[in-house]
Design a protein around this ligand. Sequence first.
Ligand code: SF4
Length: 575
Amino acid sequence: MDRTHLLNKLWQYQHQYGFISDEAVSEISNKLNVSNIEIESVISFYHFFHKKPTGKHTIYLNNNIISELKGFSTVKTTIEKETGCTFNEQGNEEFSLFETSCIGLNDQEPAALINFQPFTDLTPNKVKLIIQKIRNGENVKDFASKTKSKIRYTPEEDKTVIFRPYEMGKSILKGLKYTPQEIIDKISKSKLLGLGGAFFPVGYKWQSCKNNEDDAKYIICNADEGEPGTFKDRAIFQHLPGLVIEGMILAGYATGAKEGIIYLRAEYQFFKEELENLIQQFHTANLLGKNIKDINGFDFDIRIQLGAGSYVCGAASALIESMEGRRGEPPVRMWSATKHGFKHKPTIVNNVETLAFASRIIELGEDYFLNLGTEESPGTKLISISGDVAKPGIYEIEFGTTIRELLSIEMSQATAPYFVQVSGPSGECVNNTEFDRRICKEDILCGGSFMVFNRNRDILQILRNFMEFFKEESCGVCTPCRAGNYILTEKIKKIQRGLCAQEDIDEMKQWGKIIKLTSRCGLGKSSANTVTTAVDKFKDYFNVKIAPANFDKTVEFDMEDAIHEFDSIIKDTQL
Ligand code: SF4
């Protein structure tokens, strides 16, 4: 057994005992031949692994901005009162409470995971009922929420790619009529882009993996969607999981890979069993396993690897580190994954949505796809809409659709939209003069998260929530990212206290540039985007927040606040 089994081993102990003891670390160390200290460092990296005992029920409450605006604090207070525990502190035998950043349920906030089962649309009364049931000995699995997101909008049938009837094996059977090279040519011709947020040409990636001859190759499905506000990949898995599996099989056929791995974020483990059952059905139908559809030598199998709670693992390089049993810190990249990826073998890492689209392109033909969307971004895109809208949910839109259309009465029915966050905290904020911008490569791209805030919302509260998120999720390897995100958060707090001067805004912009230029991975390169552009895009709002030039600067640094902040960091580290 090698180190790639480390995460699974840790999960085994975490699930069974509620924590990973020193004895467990030693046992794993002996089995995998990895030092204790290295295992400790892996445990400390992931949010869902604990070194201290947790209660029989762990509650992870989402604290992202949508949850915050929909009642997070009253729900939090009620949970604490009903359980007798405090969030982020040692719990009791029955409960342990933790805040977490995003659990992929933004259309149903406030939401929490209890023993990794979802509980949505929480209210104080609902919380009281849930805790009562737990105290009565009921199994949380039996009364967890149904989480299928509403598929709110799809174009007319002849313009839909994803949300149309699905028939198991249809795209594979069609794909097997072509040679592997023809499959890649079709994907290249369709101009399909990676839809997780990187928008890298998929055909190029598949071709590169095919060209790199090796005895082993891997197809990894990146199901670690962690960007606050996105839940489209969950919706695909809950509505049309077969499409993703078929996309992986086709990628394997095209490139010669024989093993597929779904890296499933830990927050989604409540449907892991269903997914495993479906994989089994594919085996029974001779669509997975050896000699698929009686084609001699066409072998492909899929397994699921559970993540353990880390936003930065959504980046392909960090995801591979994680799968290899290390901390999910993005390494300095020397090679493309298609050359040296998982276990140093040629590897394709594609997002869930991308693989689902690849499967549909083979089924419907690349011309069908090319007839939709725009010149540079053909096809459609799934968008997760949440916030101040009457109809949150998943929307399949043609590329080229405007922000105004997404907000319209025909679609999400936004109420007095003012601040729209496209692509989550790492994306771009737009104001109401930009609502005619189009979602496509030629204008503004959207990885999937689309959050709407109305005129009554406090922009500083939104920005502070985003920066707290990045501060928490920064892996800390690069000093500019580690320190810069902290400093930007402090500056926002300073504005909230009414102590901010124009020079602070200038410094924020400078820090934004430094973090972007000197950070290693996408988190650092994008974390300051929203803060530094919001101050210009929402000038009227910020002008009244900035103190006049002659304000008393002697009170600008609040020592008591800084000490309090420092104390809580130390406490967090000790937990
Ligand atoms: Fe880690 Fe931030 Fe550097 Fe990315 S940019 S490697 S998250 S410290």
